[in-house]
Design a protein around this ligand. Structure first.
Ligand SMILES: Nc1ncnc2c1ncn2[C@@H]1O[C@H](COP(=O)(O)OP(=O)(O)O)[C@@H](O)[C@H]1O
Ligand SMILES: [Mg+2]
Length: 345
C-alpha cells in the first residue's frame, strides 16, 4: 500500500485506470526512472491509506482538498481527460518568451506529445528560424524543401504539402529552417502583415484540437504573427534569478496585440521550468513569480533534469524517450491542467 517516504509517489497505471486504489510507492531520487506500467501521479502522494483515512475521514478529506503544490497554493486535481469523438476546431497556443533557453521548444514538443497521448489531435508549428523544434522531433531542417516559410510567403501553397507526420501518433509538424528569417524582412511590405500566419493556419483549424506555435526568442514580426493567430499564450519562465526581467515587455506586447489585432488573445499561463526543489534559490524565484502573476501561474512546475537535453539528441519527446520519467509525468500533468483550463471557460 502506501510508503510515504520520498518526494515522488507512483502507482500502477492499470490500477488507476480501473479506478482501484493502486500500488503506491515512493522514489527518493529526483530523476529516477519509474518501472514499466507505472507513472508519476502527483495526487498519489497525498492520497491517504483508505483504511487509515476511514478512521479520520473528515480531516483526511480536508487535507486532500487543501494540499499544497510547489507553487505554494492548494493543488487542484486535474482529471484524466476523456476520449474525443470528433476533433477541432483547434485552440491555438503561442509558446512565447523573448528570452532564449527558457524551455519554449521543450515545452512545445512535450506538451504537444502529452496532449496527443490523451487523444487530442495536435499540430506543432516551428516558428523559429533556428528550427530547434524540427530538430527535436528528428527532422533535419537543412534537408527540407518546403517549410512554414513557403506556407507564409507563397500564395496557393497548401498546408498539407508542408506538413510532416511525427513519430507520435496524432501529432503533426509544420517544420521550419533558416529560410524563415527572410520572412521577417519580406513580410514588412505585405498588407496585413501581422495576420499572415493566422490566414495560413485557418484551413487547418477543423483538423486539430491544439495547434502550438513555438516562437522565436524575440518580439519581432514573427512573434507578433504568432500572437495574432493565437487564442492563448503560454510563457515558460526558467526558475533563475533574472526570470522576471523582460516579462513586463512581453505582457505589454500581448496587451497591444489584444487591443489592436486579436481581441481573443489571453495569457493562459506562466509555466515555471527548470525548477529544482532542492535549492532555496529555485523556490524563492518561484515564490516571486507566483507573487507577480498569481493565478496565471500553472500549478504544474517542470523540474530541471538532464533528461530534456537528452531527448533533443534522441529527436523525440520525453513522453516516448523516457515515458516513465518524472519529466514525462510533469508534461502529462501540464496537459491535463491546460485541458482543465480550457474546459473551465
Ligand atoms: N526542465 C528542464 N531541465 C533541464 N534542461 C532543460 C529543461 N527544459 C529545457 N532544457 C534544456 O535547456 C535548453 C533550452 O531549452 P529550450 O526548450 O530549447 O528553450 P527555448 O526554446 O526557450 O530557447 C535545451 O538544451 C533544453 O534541452
Ligand atoms: Mg526554442
Amino acid at each position: 500500500m502506501l510508503e510515504p517516504v520520498g518526494s515522488v509517489a507512483v502507482r500502477t497505471f492499470e490500477a488507476r485506470r480501473a479506478g482501484a486504489p493502486g500500488e503506491v510507492r515512493s522514489l527518493s531520487v529526483y530523476d529516477e526512472e519509474l518501472p514499466d506500467g507505472q507513472f508519476y501521479d502527483p495526487d498519489a502522494e497525498y492520497e491517504p491509506d483508505p483504511e487509515y483515512a476511514a478512521t479520520l475521514a473528515p480531516d483526511a478529506a480536508r487535507q486532500r482538498r487543501e494540499r499544497v503544490g510547489p507553487t505554494g497554493r492548494p493543488l487542484p486535481y486535474f482529471p484524466i481527460p476523456g476520449p474525443l469523438n470528433e476533433h477541432g476546431p483547434a485552440q491555438i497556443v503561442a509558446m512565447c518568451n523573448q528570452k532564449g533557453g527558457v524551455g519554449k521548444t521543450t515545452s512545445t514538443i512535450n506538451l504537444g506529445a502529452a496532449l496527443a497521448e490523451y487523444g487530442r489531435r495536435v499540430l506543432l508549428v516551428d516558428f523559429d528560424p533556428q528550427g530547434a523544434l524540427s530538430v527535436g522531433l528528428g527532422v533535419n531542417p537543412m534537408e527540407l524543401d518546403l517549410t512554414v516559410y513557403n506556407l507564409l510567403m507563397e500564395r496557393g501553397m497548401a498546408a498539407d504539402e508542408v506538413l510532416l507526420k511525427t513519430a507520435v501518433p496524432g501529432m503533426d509538424l509544420l517544420p521550419s529552417n533558416i529560410d524563415l528569417s527572410a520572412a521577417e524582412v519580406q513580410l514588412v511590405s505585405e498588407v496585413a502583415r501581422e495576420s499572415t500566419l493566422q490566414r495560413a493556419l485557418k484551413p487547418l483549424l477543423p483538423d486539430y484540437d491544439y495547434i502550438i506555435i513555438d516562437c522565436q526568442p524575440s518580439l519581432g514580426l514573427l512573434t507578433v504573427n504568432a500572437l495574432t493567430a493565437a487564442h492563448r499564450v503560454i510563457v515558460p519562465l526558467e526558475c533563475e534569478f533574472f526570470a522576471l526581467r523582460g516579462v513586463a515587455l512581453l505582457t505589454e506586447t500581448i496587451e497591444k496585440v489584444r487591443e489592436r489585432l486579436n481581441s481573443e488573445l489571453q495569457l493562459d499561463g506562466i509555466l515555471a521550468t527548470m525548477y529544482d526543489s532542492r535549492t532555496v534559490h529555485s523556490r524563492e524565484v518561484l515564490a516571486r513569480v507566483v507573487e507577480a502573476f498569481d493565478d496565471h501561474v500553472y500549478h504544474t512546475v517542470i523540474g530541471r533534469t538532464v533528461r530534456f537535453p537528452e531527448t533533443t539528441v534522441a529527436g523525440e519527446p520525453i513522453t516516448t524517450y523516457a515515458s516513465n520519467s518524472v519529466g514525462a509525468a510533469a508534461y502529462r500533468q501540464l496537459a491535463r491542467e491546460v485541458l482543465a483550463r480550457c474546459h473551465a471557460e
